[in-house]
Design a protein around this ligand. Structure first.
Ligand code: M6R
Length: 367
């Protein structure tokens, strides 16, 4: 039941500290001594993992955006060339399946037909596909036969939230364990595990500031078009943040890499179009700040989600949402939370049905 919450979406957003803990097995999937993770469902031995040349993450919608984060984690931590594929496209693309490739199918429901058919097409070509699935015993989980359950618990609201963060956590464990077999040092592995274990409490800190996000949603409730921008691991977060807003509020929202701003989207900016920038501390922060300046020069309102101590960011932003500090590679688990809340509160302001948006189904079993 919804318990103390107004709708399932709110409940599921607020459950994320717990659901993320379950994704790392309440510690049972972490090996602190060796700075690595253990995922029983991935039956690849060390030499097989060392021989992987390509990893592909497939899914639809939110699961696909989670896959884009996962691909960046796999490249960053395991130095395996990684790609994300839209499952509905893959099926018709005559995919090239090589012996040194590995595939991961992402799905909350485990029933998405586009994803299932892509899994079968890959398997027909001899591809190894592992599931990263929430629903235990679901069709895709059974088709894959092996993989990782994310243990997010039942997700009722049509808009996916805790499954997204559960999938990202699982892929982080995967990338960490592959990384430790390949290039990553024990001390780096330990540093990342320590940072991961802080995430649930850090999300609690963000949730404790939900009233601030609600105020920002009220301030911007008359806008009809929103831009979401980020770089690196925050690019898929921009895409996912925009998807949350469009599917829940029916407002126009688009995600871009902030580097692409000058290549067209900047033409959309004026004082009526707010831009949400995802700007975590890290390699790309300076570049994101210059993108924010470009938007401000066109009078675009800016809402920034950041964990950086930057005067410049504060001065440039019309609204600023702070998240706690963490390694940039884990930042998607924090930066997505205010964007989920923003979509929830804006949708409530507009009086729309939060759990059952028009035209959408929780699981799409047609292709
Ligand atoms: O059950 P799945 O994870 O396979 O579903 C995939 C998409 O249909 C799903 O994520 C959809 O995009 C959500 N409504 C997004 O909130």
């Amino acid at each position: 039941s919804k318990g103390e919450y107004q709708d399932y979406l709110e409940k599921e957003i607020f459950e994320q500290p717990e659901s993320i803990r379950r994704a790392f097995g309440n510690g049972g999937r972490l090996d602190r001594d060796f700075g690595t993770a253990r995922l029983g469902g991935i039956e690849l031995n060390g030499s097989q993992i060392r021989n992987i040349r390509q990893a592909h993450f497939i899914g639809m919608g939110t699961a696909m955006y989670a896959g884009q984060v996962g691909a960046r984690m796999m490249e960053g931590l395991a130095r395996i060339s990684s790609h994300t594929l839209d499952a509905s496209e893959l099926r018709w693309s005559n995919p090239i399946v090589e012996d040194d490739s590995v595939y991961f199918a992402l799905s909350q429901s485990g029933e998405t037909l586009d994803t299932l058919l892509a899994v079968k097409e890959l398997q027909n070509r001899g591809g190894r596909v592992y599931g990263i699935i929430n629903a235990v015993g679901s069709t895709i989980a059974r088709a894959c036969g092996a993989g990782v359950y994310i243990h997010a618990g039942p997700e009722v609201s049509v808009a996916s939230t805790k499954a997204f963060t559960g999938q990202i956590t699982s892929m982080f464990l995967l990338a960490l364990s592959f990384g430790r077999i390949r290039h990553l040092s024990p001390s780096e592995g330990k540093r990342l595990i320590d940072a991961l274990e802080l995430i649930p409490d850090q999300i609690n800190q963000i949730l404790a500031q939900s009233a601030q996000v609600q105020d920002i949603a009220r301030r911007f409730k008359h806008a009809t078009s929103f831009m979401y921008l980020g770089r690196g691991v925050s690019y898929p977060i921009a895409m996912e943040g925009a998807l949350k807003l469009k599917e829940l509020s029916y407002l126009h929202a688009e995600g871009f890499s902030s580097g692409n701003l000058k290549h067209g989207p900047l033409a959309l900016i004026d004082e009526t179009v707010p831009s949400l920038f995802i700007a975590p501390e890290g390699d790309t922060l300076d570049k994101v700040i210059s993108n924010i300046q470009e938007v401000k020069a066109r009078k675009g309102p800016v809402i920034t989600v950041t964990n950086a101590d930057s005067r410049e960011l504060e001065e440039l932003s019309d609204a600023l949402i702070r998240v706690p500090k963490c390694p940039e590679i884990l930042s998607p688990l924090l930066t997505i939370v205010p964007l989920q809340l923003f979509a929830l509160y804006l949708t409530r302001e507009l009086g729309r049905n939060v759990d059952q948006p028009r035209n959408l189904a929780k699981s799409v079993t047609t292709d």
